[in-house]
Design a protein around this ligand. Sequence first.
Ligand code: SF4
Length: 398
Amino acid sequence: MDTQAFKRSLHRSDRYNRRGFGSPTKRAQALEQAYQSSLIASIRDNGYLLEHGRLKVKLAEAFGFCWGVERAVAMAYETRRHYPNESIWITNEIIHNPSVNDHLRNMNVSFIPTQNGEKDFSSVAEGDVVILPAFGATVQEMQLLHERGCHIIDTTCPWVSKVWHTVEKHKKHTFTSIIHGKVKHEETLATSSFAGTYLVVLDLDEAQYVSEYILGKGDRKEFLNRFSKASSPGFDPDRDLERIGVANQTTMLKSETEEIGRLFELTMLKKFGPSDLSEHFLAFNTICDATEERQDAMFSLVDEPLDMLVVIGGFNSSNTTHLQEIAISRGIRSFHIDTPERIGEDDNTITHKPLGEPLLEEENFLPEGEISVGITSGASTPDRVVEHVIQKIIKLSD
Ligand code: SF4
């Protein structure tokens, strides 16, 4: 499909909106009332430090709601006000945050149901309003909704759209897009729908496997098996890895995306030599600023003398999980929680999600004596949620 032509025609439609319905000032005010926190503001003013008796709380210097998420949430609320009586749907969680998604459900905004892992659009009718979330939607979903006569409110973050432009450029110049991302993540699903030929690699190990194949050291059958669900239909590793470009899911670990880019550049350099490199390798920087800032702030935070770290964000939030990985890589006792309710303030317990494992309840969350707790949160976590977590920790320390 010519995805660029489709987007151009969609953008011209009077049933398509990607600007929302309110002024940016009003939008900022509404969000401030709903999600911002005076406690967090005062901690920020105090050099990101709160001292309370035996407790020290150190906040990361960049955390929480990013611009793209703020905008998407505000546009969703404006949509309800603009269409007070229409059926409103969202193709996915607007962002990976349980409290924001519950708030939308309370406003009678419905999520598209899924059947056996597939989205079921059968209840969506002509004239319904459908919101596309901050990490976008697949081009096939957009096409279906457009053809059904729905009003589309597109909150896709411009950083995500930038990645789509990148893979479309790869497609135009017959390069295969190597996408650093999680194959089932909605953003990566959307990005691959805009790509031509593509391969999704999860991490540096997987990229190394592909690099070795390019250099003639792999097994074709094994390769096809490994990437059967992570490549475009009919992908042929012997034909489709001659010209490659790298793109990424915007919330992956920045340092890993950069390493993967360097690895493939070097691979193509080895195979084709410096004079032909540009014929075989295309690099674009598609790392989002907010993700980068939050990861850099986390690297600074883990350099502080901390006894433990609490990372707050949805369990399926990719950028939050990467913050947790940074804590683990430094061997700091850390807890990933999604809501303040995970902390039991009466019995000093915490129910958290260790990386890649099911939820775990631990006793003696806050130990006796002087304690220093680092706190950060993912790009889809409102400050109010962080505030409640801090209040609970303060209470436990009293
Ligand atoms: S994390 Fe980055 S790409 Fe994702 S919504 Fe926020 S600003 Fe946009």
